[in-house]
Design a protein around this ligand. Structure first.
Ligand SMILES: CC(C)(COP(=O)(O)OP(=O)(O)OC[C@H]1O[C@@H](n2cnc3c(N)ncnc32)[C@H](O)[C@@H]1OP(=O)(O)O)[C@@H](O)C(=O)NCCC(=O)NCCS
Length: 332
């Protein structure tokens, strides 16, 4: 019997309208456009404004567009997986809320927490559900409203993050296309360097935790930077070697968008030229689980059937990984 693989049959992103520029950040913290641009490559990020607007708003907009684009009846969707570290609330899962918003009444749904590697974890998991033959239409979402956990008084983090979401449709194929291989890793000893101190079961919210600004993302930037470069490049090289791929065989590297310098260093170590590296960090900053699907969405018109893509991510946890994907369709 032919091997079943999971192929991406559609991609859609969503970013909110409001643009938080480097110029505006200059009015909030002691920083400047030149420093941010040269150290990170970021010019602006999108911010979801308004009362009661959570990550599900971003995810649902992406999924609505995806259903329309792929001509899919929401009732035909089997499963929705949402990768996020900024769920609307601790429970229910944001994926449940998104499924309800888009009318996916026959789908079950759940969230995955793997920070910036979340989309790759969810993609691999969704792919396994397709490969077993038990599921026919799986939607994988990467969505984060990072502005809800960012301290706009902390210049080392507030310049980096933005809000956004992307969603893909996974369907079975027996062609040599789709998710070909994946290596995913995690190491919880990295937690001290990138985490949110309060608001979980260990340290529930109190007046003190709010006063101490412990409900915001905390990061030791330079430590995370070093781990990100080494691990993203190593795991991508491992996937490439395992599949006999050289830099020349790779059509696109799709790296998590955390810092342009991390992306450049990773591509360099992998022997992939800058013309083959997807990059949109300038426009959106780091949208955590959103970056990789937002990149695929922005570059969709340049992707051709059979293109070899190496997806790579690193994030809080630490979590990291790389997915080898053969793109499934020509520009429509
Ligand atoms: C955060 C990050 C951009 C900082 O860049 P860096 O080159 O490591 O800078 P450093 O933290 O060493 O700080 C250098 C100097 O710039 C200052 N600085 C920090 N943020 C600044 C800002 N927004 N504007 C101006 N100066 C700033 C620091 O205070 C420091 O000053 P000092 O030398 O007087 O102490 C970088 O470390 C990074 O991108 N880290 C990884 C981020 C990441 O990948 N996170 C998510 C994982 S998915």
């Amino acid at each position: 019997m032919d091997k079943i693989r999971a192929m991406i049959t559609g991609i859609q992103g969503y970013v909110p309208e409001y643009r938080l520029t480097n110029k505006e950040l200059e009015t909030l913290v002691e920083t400047n456009d030149e420093w941010i641009t040269s150290r990170t490559g970021i010019k602006e990020r999108r911010i979801l404004k308004g009362e009661n607007q959570g990550t599900s708003v971003l995810g649902a907009e992406a999924v609505k567009g995806l259903l329309e684009k792929t001509n899919t009846d929401p009732l035909d969707v089997d499963l929705i997986i949402c990768a996020t570290v900024t769920p609307d609330m601790p429970f229910p899962a944001t994926a449940n809320i998104i499924a309800d918003k888009v009318g996916a009444k026959n789908s079950y749904s759940f969230d995955i927490s793997a920070a910036c590697s979340g989309f790759l974890y969810a993609l691999q998991m969704g792919s396994q559900f397709i490969q077993t033959g038990s599921h026919k239409k799986v939607i994988v979402i990467g969505a984060d409203k990072m502005s809800s956990i960012i301290d706009y008084k902390d210049r080392t983090t507030c310049i980096l993050f933005g809000d956004g979401a992307g969603a893909v449709m996974l369907e079975p194929t027996t062609e040599e296309l789709g998710v070909m291989d994946a290596i995913l890793k995690s190491d919880g000893s990295g937690a001290p360097y990138l985490h949110m101190k309060a608001g979980g079961s260990r340290k529930p919210a109190t007046h003190q935790t709010v006063e101490a600004r412990e409900h915001f993302a905390y990061q030791e930037g330079s430590t995370v930077f070093k781990f990100a470069v080494t691990n993203m490049a190593d795991v991508s090289a491992e996937v490439m070697e395992r599949n006999n791929l050289s830099g020349d065989d790779v059509a696109w590297l799709v790296p998590h968008q955390a810092n342009k310098r991390i992306i450049d260093a990773t591509a360099n170590r992998m022997g992939v030229g800058p013309e083959k590296v997807m990059m949109n960090i300038e426009n959106y900053g780091n949208t955590t689980a959103g970056t990789i699907p937002l990149c695929l969405w922005d570059y969709e018109s340049q992707l051709k059937k059979g293109d070899n893509l190496i997806l790579a991510a690193f994030g809080g946890g630490f979590t990291w990984g790389s997915v080898y994907l053969k793109w499934g369709y020509d520009p429509k």
